[in-house]
Design a protein around this ligand. Sequence first.
Ligand code: BGC
Ligand code: BGC
Length: 599
Amino acid sequence: MVAMKINRVFVPLLCVFISGLALGTLLSCGSRASGNKAEPVVWETLEELLSQMTLAEKAGQMTQAERGDLLKGDITRYALGSVLSGGGSAPSSNTPEGWVSMTNGFMEESLNTRAGIPIVYGLDAVHGHAIVKDATVLPHNIGLGAIAAGDPQRGAEAAYAAGRITAEEMLATGVRWNFAPVLGVAEDVRWGRTYESFSENVNIVTIMGAGYIRGLQDSGAAACMKHFLGEGQAINGRNQGNALLDRAGIERILPPYRAAIDAGALSLMPSFSSVNGIKMHEHKELLTSLLKDEMGFEGFLVSDWAAVRQLSGSTYKAQIANAINAGVDMVMATNGRDNWVSFIKNLEDLVNEGKIPMSRIDDAVLRILRFKQSIGLFDTPLTTAAGPVGSSAHRQTAREMVADSLVLLRNERNVIARLPEYRRILVAGQGANDIGMQCGGWTITWQGMHGPITKGTTVLEGIQEATKGKATVTYAADGKANGTFDAVIVVIGEDPYAEGEGDRSTQINIRSNDRDVLGQAGGYKCPVIVIMMSGRPMTIGDEYNKWDAFIAAWLPGTEGGGIADVLFGSRDFTGRTPYTWRKTINGEIVYPFGYGLTK
Ligand code: BGC
Ligand code: BGC
């Protein structure tokens, strides 16, 4: 072991701890950045550590590679600073044990470098640690925003709990850095990331973002506020689009970031999108002058997925110079191993040619080191044992969030209050029995999927539980059933999607299979209760006039039983809509922001 840190005993202990690796192997590990003949690094302060790092080691720290783009030994050889999982990029054994063995393996490689700086592993646990099989999947942010629109205090508590549960499940798998929360304020529901945004209302995003960050970081995982700035203002709701913002427009959407900085947010991801035609990743005025200098953000900036490749400049090298000089500190250099390998080479050349000042590199690396120190990576780099995910306590809290997030938009002749009296209930629609649809994107896979993709309770199961011994529940996905019913509960919604895949150019229409089911439901001559599971207000035209009751359930996650708790329990609806509902895009308002009935 060549790396050492005086006044600490953990380093020698660690050497013993690193199983199966003889000291000889540690000393002789072939290295480029870590140069095995170089002087060992002895340090007390991070500044002392930094002062002894070579340019190659600094460039390594500034590099983040995708787990799938690494060959064995790369982390040691290039002294990499970070590894990530892209959406759905899980180890072949997608269990807490599988994750811990993977993350510890990467960690050991990083400790085997000359400077011995631990890597940090990051991923998108944007609604619970949902990439992991059978973890607790929380409602997407839009649902949490509905809790806050009803009651800001309750919303803040839910946000804190969401951060806490997410962090606890992340730590159980050896992951300590979450690319969340989204602090963008979605203002055009055609945007495919609307559900990642708590609300169209900036105050709600501010309360919820800060609450979430506190919950996450108090429980030991680092937050990454994203994306900065103006993603929700992009013209026509286009993902990675362009927003036209004057100073007042910028000020208007800054409060969530200011509150997040006050809450201690440790990192930030610039937005793929542009402001006034300039890509945020090369927007020095906003990243450095505003965010770092004026707003005093001391954490570090990690670029988004291969985003540097989208910048102006005709070569990758020129694009890298633009990003780093604008204030990006670590580059997520994905889409193949070549991208991070050449990032390092280009970065070193740029410094040697004087195109990026060493002071900028030192600032970036110090920010990264500070981050690592503040989450305890130098003290306890390895995870000693995998922990559980998806505990019943976590699921119970998630289920309460689901219940609190429901928004009752319509309740003709008080049909909801009569639900527990009905004896013959027909449940219809694909969404009633589909965990994947409840969860939406960023669940197990990047885009999400239909079907029983992870453990959870469907809406149907919740209704069956709640009515057990009291009513007969019939389920028909297509709405076609024999007999007479006292009520039909139809679950409609959107197919899972993430990011740009969810962009819509015109309306957010009801799916044709759902239209058919609604048509069937109307034929039973009994009240029709519509539950909509969607990542945004869908454009409902005049359709809703045919529904006796209408509930927005957003994307509730694995604990769909929370819906039945409200429908058949004695509790009132407390959520309010965090987004305006319209008949058509930019058309007539049906339910304004903040609307919602109690019963
Ligand atoms: C998204 C980010 C995400 C990153 C890593 C990007 O495409 O915009 O929000 O953190 O991928 O998965
Ligand atoms: C990754 C995501 C990422 C996206 C960006 C996907 O392949 O899995 O994490 O956000 O690419 O395009």
